[in-house]
Design a protein around this ligand. Structure first.
Ligand code: MF3
Ligand code: CO
Length: 286
């Protein structure tokens, strides 16, 4: 017997579909990968994620004010934990699949998922990603920034930080309602390559909001017109990891988390949580 996948936007016989359901059914009939119903957030859910994002941004602003040479990444972890808890929220990384701390701190050749430690002391000229994720009233938000420790670094590392930030902006602009997730990755990859850098392929952005990681996967490379349809109400991150050298990475065997570039050249990443609207993406983590 031939099995058919159950349609995501199935409406029972005799029930009149809404206009929105009709649009989704039409895309699905054309063979498009459409979001399931749970990926389209209600206005109330979007407000919840926005409030979570306000706390998340507060954390990053605090880190931005406090970060300095000689500081350990464990001190950053303490700032993040204390601020988050005192605002009635919970750091999403803490105990997430066994992650032991409240924030990811990734220095120079560390791509992401660096674990804060009293032994990792920030030095003048280091470039460090601080990746903050917050749960408030059950709603998740997720954003990260790069910091240049002491304010100045080499021209090469500064360019990497700047281009990674531009990649996030360009990816955001490429995301159009009723466009495709692949449009985002395509635009990001073009910009990284044009600047002589590469895009990490093993990690991606993701749906977020009711859980830490939801569908769809948001690849930071790829082809226009591929991947999931982008529909108003979808909430997801874009978080390109851009390498100065080769795109290949490995995971530290000892801690099982820290992602490092294979060639040990530096990597940079910026991230926001966005909601798709009828007019394009809106940032929920400003
Ligand atoms: N914040 C990361 C992201 O952008 C996820 C980190 S998972 C953790 O998706 F366990 F390392 F925190
Ligand atoms: Co994320």
């Amino acid at each position: 017997m031939v099995k058919r996948k159950k349609r995501k936007w199935y409406v029972p016989e005799g029930v009149e579909p809404t206009d929105f359901e009709r649009v989704m059914m039409a895309y699905e009939n054309k063979g498009c990968l459409v979001p399931s119903r749970s990926l389209i957030k209600t206005p109330e859910q979007i407000e919840g994620i926005r409030k979570s994002g306000v706390v998340n941004t507060g954390v990053l602003d605090l880190v931005e004010r406090e970060i300095h040479p000689g500081m350990s990444t464990l001190e950053i972890d303490k700032l993040v934990f204390d601020y988050t808890i005192s605002h009635g929220a919970v750091p999403a990384p803490l105990n997430y699949e066994g992650f032991p701390k409240s924030v990811c701190t990734s220095i120079n050749e560390v791509v992401c998922h660096g674990i804060p430690s009293e032994f990792d002391i920030l030095e003048e000229g280091d470039i460090v990603n601080v990746d903050v994720s917050t749960i408030l009233d059950g709603y998740y938000s997720d954003a990260s920034r790069m910091f240049v420790v002491g304010g100045t670094t080499t021209p090469e590392k500064q360019k990497l930080v700047d281009v990674a930030r531009e990649c996030l902006q360009i990816g955001m602009q490429a995301a159009k309602p009723y466009g495709f997730v692949g449009d985002i990755g395509h635009a990001i990859e073009q910009h990284a390559r044009k600047n002589g850098f590469s895009v990490v392929r093993d990690l991606c952005g993701h749906g977020v909001g009711l859980e830490f990681h939801e569908e769809p996967e948001v690849l930071h490379y790829g082809k226009k017109g591929t991947g999931m349809l982008l529909v108003p109400g979808m909430v997801f991150t874009i978080e390109p990891m851009i390498n100065m050298g080769d795109w290949r990475v490995f995971v530290d065997e000892e801690d099982g988390w820290t992602v490092v570039t294979e060639d040990e050249l530096p990597s940079a990443q910026w991230e926001h949580t966005f909601v798709m609207t009828e007019n394009g993406l809106e940032i929920l983590t400003y």
